[in-house]
Write a protein that binds this ligand. Sequence first.
Ligand SMILES: *Cc1c(COP(=O)(O)O)cnc(C)c1O
Length: 256
Amino acid sequence: MTTIKERYESVQQRIADAAARVGRTDPVHLVAVTKYASVDEVRQLVDLGHLDFGESRLQHFTQLSAQIEEYVARKKELKEPTSSESIRWHFIGHLQRNKCRRVLPLSRLIHSVDSLRIAEEIQEIAQKKNLTIECLLQANISGERQKTGIAPPAVSYLLEQIESMPNVVPRGMMCMAPFSENPEDSRSVFSRCYELFEEMQGEEVSGEAFNILSMGMSNDFEVAIECGANVVRVGSALFDQENTTTQSEPLTETTS
Ligand SMILES: *Cc1c(COP(=O)(O)O)cnc(C)c1O
């Protein structure tokens, strides 16, 4: 049995080690993905001072963020030590137009803008609610049909369109690699996404704040960091008891 604290420290250490391996000194941010987490586990991370949380399902996102905000407010009332910074909620799931209205007011960063239609919907709602919405463009680098995301050649065009949307701020890009047991299988996807990200940074339409690259999950975040990710989205390595090994160990010990 490991505790949340141990798993959190282990993931942070692995992040630092991966960055060090490639000589990076810029910060790499961990978004704790709450998909498999209980409210109590999320509270424990908050107590450890963690601020970035991500969720992909709207229902869970609204409930959990309300519960955690209440928890933080109560801690403040009781004058228990809390961070002076507020929690940053990341929406990382597939965004449909009918979900935008509820996702927007809660999100510090939306990782999953994958079409002009969604960007337009965000602009329309954000304008009405007088919000500025920071978002990442999700690219489908691998070209898998079942993956959502913008085809790489279309990213530049979408950025151009977003330039005319005053309430939408493009902050960077997000991608997911096809699922594989072997983290090395993600490397080519992550490298290509990094190249595209850099290319977009060089274009005028991306704007000055375009500096976030969100890629890497529990099974491949170290490879993602080696490829240039500065945000990783990690769920099961933090919250799933079954998935706590740092190096994959053989499932069965050979007994003789
Ligand atoms: C669930 C999810 C994650 C985290 O996945 P783990 O493998 O549990 O770390 C990251 N990003 C997205 C978009 C997800 O849906």
